[in-house]
Write a protein that binds this ligand. Sequence first.
Ligand code: SF4
Ligand code: SF4
Length: 194
Amino acid sequence: MLTNRSKVVSKKEMSLSERLYLPAIASGLSITFKHIFKKVPTIRYPEQKREIASVYRGQHVLKRDENGAERCTACGLCAVACPAEAITMDAAERKKGEEGLYREEKYASVYEINMLRCIFCGLCEEACPKEAIFLTNRIVDTEYGRNSFIYGKDKLVEKIDARIDVSERQTEKTIEFKKISLAIIICLLLKLRI
Ligand code: SF4
Ligand code: SF4
């Protein structure tokens, strides 16, 4: 009785209709039938798929520039910004003759994202100063083994003959926002002296 919220319940006799149970069953069935004719909110995935917004944050893409060279310079800012520590990479120096493959002198020889760790927050995209990584409206495939969720460059870099349009993610507002995020990340890094 600490809160004074307890209720005294009385065990009253059941009426005839309550003892028959039929009205209660009929009322229950009427609710069931009401739902049968309602529009079903679920869909038969994967045969049916919902339309996804173009700015949905799904599987990443590593972009190439207009000449087909990889934009990523392995600066590591995306990995530092990633709260889930899902990104790992190895940097390499571009050799003579590889100018068509890699945009700048440094590139990512290995670039991996662990899709099981990723929370699709989009911070890697915001941190990238080279417009090299974007999240897309593609959904990450289901797999049988955990290792298959570690996506390497073979799955991340866009195919030269099947470019992925990310223009909707590059509005003026987004670019401005990215600049601010990048400045914040750089300030934090300087503070932490990484
Ligand atoms: S979307 Fe977020 S969690 Fe996923 S890799 Fe990018 S920064 Fe990390
Ligand atoms: S921030 Fe951009 S350029 Fe730097 S490593 Fe990540 S994807 Fe590459």
